[in-house]
Design a protein around this ligand. Sequence first.
Ligand SMILES: N[C@@H](CCC(=O)N[C@@H](CS)C(=O)NCC(=O)O)C(=O)O
Length: 235
Amino acid sequence: MPAPIQVWTWPTPNGHKVHIMLEELGLPYEVVPVNIGQGEQFRPEFLAITPNHRIPAIVDPDGPGGVPLTLFESAAILVYLAEKTGSGLLPKDPAARYRCLEWVMFQMGGVGPMFGQYGHFANYAAEKIPYAIERYGNEVARLHRVLDKRLADSPFLAGADYSIADICTFPWVRLPERRGIDLAHYPNVRRWHDAVAARPAVQRGVEVLAERQRKGPITDAEREVMFGKTQFAAR
Ligand SMILES: N[C@@H](CCC(=O)N[C@@H](CS)C(=O)NCC(=O)O)C(=O)O
């Protein structure tokens, strides 16, 4: 039995990518909760793993050459885990591999940041700024249109097969009502969403730390930690 991979994480879309991947691969893992609303992302033990104080990050005691490896950035973690296990979740054929990486980068550079900013201005910011909500709302809708077009031609984002491109995008597309999105307007995204959501590993992955999820609206103390002085203090 391989030593468990430590996952420093929290039940957010970026955390869920890694939970789903580990479930898909059936690798043993140990969850280390990092409560980002209470400032645990600034603890020295976590900063020793990631200078960016953002979840997720992993520690694999059995990294390349048997040497322990720490890794942050969710997509780097998915690529690593796919390569470590030789999993087809990152295709081996060169053209298919680049097609997959293209959609992984699209998620990392577009979907994640834009959906995240929409969530910030629409749900978290104390002051509601119409321009910002409209700007990021337009981007969220545009990116759904891009996904819908791709998924009109292809069962999954990278092509015929489910891959890490789907794993990293799904947690951002689930619960679309949080982004003011009705998937009825994006029928190909809906078909894909339902197919991915039906996978047992995905269902287990999105349940990781579900009991720790905030139930009500964001508090002023959490706002301070994530968007105030605590977040931007020099470290
Ligand atoms: N590009 C990073 C983004 C990670 C990220 O933004 N994580 C958020 C949670 S989804 C976080 O840790 N936020 C803590 C904070 O804002 O202080 C990745 O994909 O891993």
